[in-house]
Design a protein around this ligand. Structure first.
Ligand SMILES: [Mg+2]
Length: 393
C-alpha cells in the first residue's frame, strides 16, 4: 500500500524589515587594558532584527556601537527583505558579499550580532531553543566561570572571596599587573592568593591577556609561567602569547604542563583552521559576538572537536552574548564551561529575568524558544541614550 503523501512544510518566510542597534554605555566594565576602558566608552552594542511577522530577534556585538551603526548601513542592501528564518544562509550571504569592506573586522563583528538575532528569530518562530536547532542538547546546565581582573595579592584574595560567597565555583583571573610588572614573584603571589581564596576544589584559570597592546613577553616567559601555574592546579593558561604567534603557541602547547587556551580575538572560521589543524591550543575560545555569530562558532567548535581540541565560548560581555554561549554549550559535547564576567550590569542588569546560579554554582540553559531570554526595556534604557530602536515593533 502506498504511504500517504507527506504534508508540505508550513513555515512561511519571515522577512527582515529593519536591523537596529544601540550602544551600551555608562557602566562599561574595565578590561585591564593598557588604555583602560572608561565607563562611558562604547565597547558593546545590542542588535535587534525586526521582521514583517512581528517577531524580533536580539543579538550582541563586542565593539564600538558607532562601528556597528556604520556596518549596518553598509550591509542593509544585502539583508533587507531576506528570510529571517535562514540564519546560516543569510549570514553567509553577508560574509560573501562584503569581502572588500573589512572582512574579519567591523563588518564581521556586526554580522555576529545579526546572526545571533536570526537564530533567536528561528527559535521563536519554531518554538524551540536555539541549542535544539543546532542539533540537540548534550546538557541542561553548564558551569560558569567567574572572570575577574587580576589585582595585587591582598585585593585578589578579597575579590575571589566575594564572588565565591555569591556561589561561583570556578574562576578565571587575568590582565592587570600579571606579567606587566615584570616580576615573577608577584605573578606567583597573585595566583597563590587566588587559589587560597577559591579553595582547593574550585576551578581556577589564568589569562595573561597578551592580546593587549605591546605585550612585553614571549615564549620563554610563557614556558616559565606555565610551570608556575601548574603548582597552583590552574586549569588553563589563556592568551599567554601575542595573538598571532602561532608557531610559539604550538611549541608552548606541547611543552606546558597546564592546558593552553586562546583565540578570542580571531574572527572568521577560516582564520581558525591553521590554529586547529596545527594544534596550537588545548582549548579554543572564539567570541560569538565577534567571530561571525552562532553559525560561525558552531562550525569552529565542531572542527575543534574533530581535532581533539575543547571549545569554550567567550561571548561573556553582555547577557545576550552569554545567552548565545549557553545555547552553544548545550549543543557541543565537551563544552562544559562558559565565561561569566563578574559584576557587569550589561550581563546582570538588562534581562527581565536575570541569570541565577543554582546550588552547585551552575547556570540552567534556558529551554524557552530562541535564546530563551528577554531584554527588559527599562533596564536597557539605563545603559544607552535611547533604547527605542531595539523595541520598535
Ligand atoms: Mg581572555
Amino acid at each position: 500500500m502506498a504511504s500517504p503523501p507527506m504534508p508540505a512544510a508550513r513555515l512561511p518566510a519571515v522577512k527582515i524589515r529593519a536591523i537596529t542597534s544601540v550602544a551600551l554605555t555608562g557602566e562599561s566594565p574595565k578590561g585591564g587594558w593598557s588604555a583602560e576602558i572608561k565607563p562611558q566608552d562604547s565597547i558593546h552594542a545590542l542588535i535587534a532584527v525586526h521582521t514583517d511577522a512581528g517577531i524580533t530577534g536580539y543579538g550582541s556585538v563586542f565593539t564600538d556601537g558607532r562601528l556597528v551603526q556604520a556596518a549596518l548601513k553598509v550591509l542593509e542592501p544585502l539583508f533587507l527583505g531576506e528570510n529571517a528564518l535562514e540564519p546560516e544562509r543569510v549570514s553567509e550571504k553577508l560574509h560573501q558579499n562584503s569581502f572588500w569592506m573589512g572582512r574579519g573586522g567591523s563588518l564581521t563583528h556586526a554580522i555576529s550580532g545579526i546572526d545571533i538575532a536570526l537564530w533567536d528569530i528561528l527559535g521563536k518562530a519554531t518554538g524551540l531553543p536555539v541549542g535544539r536547532l543546532l542539533g540537540g542538547s548534550y546538557r541542561q546546565r553548564v558551569q560558569p566561570y567567574c572572570s575577574l581582573l587580576m589585582e595585587q595579592p591582598k585585593e585578589m584574595h578579597e575579590v575571589i572571596t566575594t564572588y565565591r560567597q555569591l556561589g561561583f565555583t570556578a574562576f578565571k583571573i587575568g590582565w592587570g599587573p600579571f606579567g606587566r610588572a615584570m616580576d615573577h614573584k608577584l605573578d606567583a603571589a597573585i595566583v597563590r592568593a587566588a587559589r587560597d581564596a577559591a579553595g582547593p576544589d574550585a576551578k581556577l584559570m589564568v589569562d595573561a591577556g597578551a592580546s593587549d597592546a605591546y605585550w612585553p613577553h614571549g615564549l620563554k616567559w610563557a614556558l616559565r609561567t606555565a610551570d608556575m601555574l601548574a603548582d597552583y592546579d590552574v586549569g588553563w593558561f589563556e592568551e599567554a602569547l601575542r595573538p598571532d604567534a602561532i608557531d610559539d603557541f604550538c611549541t608552548l602547547r606541547r611543552a606546558s604542563p597546564v592546558k593552553i587556551a586562546g583565540g578570542e580575538v580571531l574572527t572568521r572560521r577560516q582564520t581558525f583552521l591553521p590554529w586547529l589543524v596545527r594544534g596550537a591550543f588545548d582549548i579554543v575560545q572564539p567570541d560569538v559576538t565577534k567571530v561571525g555569530g552562532i553559525s560561525e562558532q558552531r562550525r569552529i567548535a565542531w572542527t575543534a572537536h574533530d581535532f581533539g581540541i575543547q571549545y569554550i565560548g567567550h561571548g561573556w560581555n553582555t547577557a545576550l552574548g552569554l545567552a548565545a554561549d549557553l545555547q552553544l554549550a548545550s549543543a557541543i559535547p565537551d563544552s562544559d564551561l562558559v565565561e561569566y564576567i563578574g559584576g557587569s550590569p550589561y550581563v546582570d542588569g538588562i534581562l527581565q529575568q536575570p541569570f541565577a546560579l543554582d546550588g552547585d554554582g551552575f547556570l540552567n540553559i534556558p529551554d524557552r524558544p530562541g535564546l530563551g531570554v528577554e531584554l527588559d526595556r527599562d533596564k536597557v534604557a539605563h545603559y544607552c541614550s535611547d533604547a527605542a530602536p531595539l523595541f520598535a515593533g
